[in-house]
Design a protein around this ligand. Sequence first.
Ligand code: ADP
Ligand code: MG
Length: 226
Amino acid sequence: MGMGSGYFVTGTDTGVGKTRVSCALLHAFAAAGKTVAGMKPIAAGSENGTWPDVELLAAASSVSVGREHINPYALVPPIAPHIAADRAGVEIDLEVIHQAHLELRKKADIVIVEGAGGFLVPLNDHEDSAALVQALGLPVLLVVGMRLGCINHALLTAHAVRAAQVPLAGWVANRIDPEMAVFEENVLALERRLDCPLLGILPYDQSHDARDLSPLLDIARIRMGS
Ligand SMILES: Nc1ncnc2c1ncn2[C@@H]1O[C@H](COP(=O)(O)OP(=O)(O)O)[C@@H](O)[C@H]1O
Ligand SMILES: [Mg+2]
């Protein structure tokens, strides 16, 4: 395969399982025989000089790519990206991310791009992550962090994705609250309303290994040509 394809993983919020699902997707595509690379264009929040999302995505990748292409923007404070960039005297440039993405696409059949925060997070004074998805030309996969309030957040996100005229190719139900009441009914409510395929349901699991979770995601269900 020459030029590859891929997906942009967004979520209903920060901390809902985007990294976990992105890594599981990388393992799922690798198990299907694809070469895979993860990308985190903008990471905000360093732990001891490393960015956990970048490390996890790199570890789940099957090709080796330079960190400058996996993660063109590494911002230290765990705050909103455009503010972190501003404090660092940097302006996030979508063209820089686009070029880095092209480098990854040269090396891997499938590139999974993890967004920062949710879909409408600003990246600079005039662009947000919706603009980034448009610039990269990728379909979106939505991770719903299953907890009370998630139906509204999921529908708002799907609405924003469609308003950006970007394909919504599928969603994943990630159980982040083990105590959530009427879990199955919430999944069903979303299945009926999101109008895109449910790729899988990830259980609450603190001792996670993305490789073990990948069989729970059915990548064959991803909506094609959307
Ligand atoms: N299904 C789950 N069960 C238990 N813990 C989870 C689950 N999904 C995510 N987590 C934990 O929640 C935190 C946030 O997940 P992460 O994938 O980093 O979210 P995001 O990338 O959206 O910020 C991590 O510590 C992760 O291990
Ligand atoms: Mg993450």
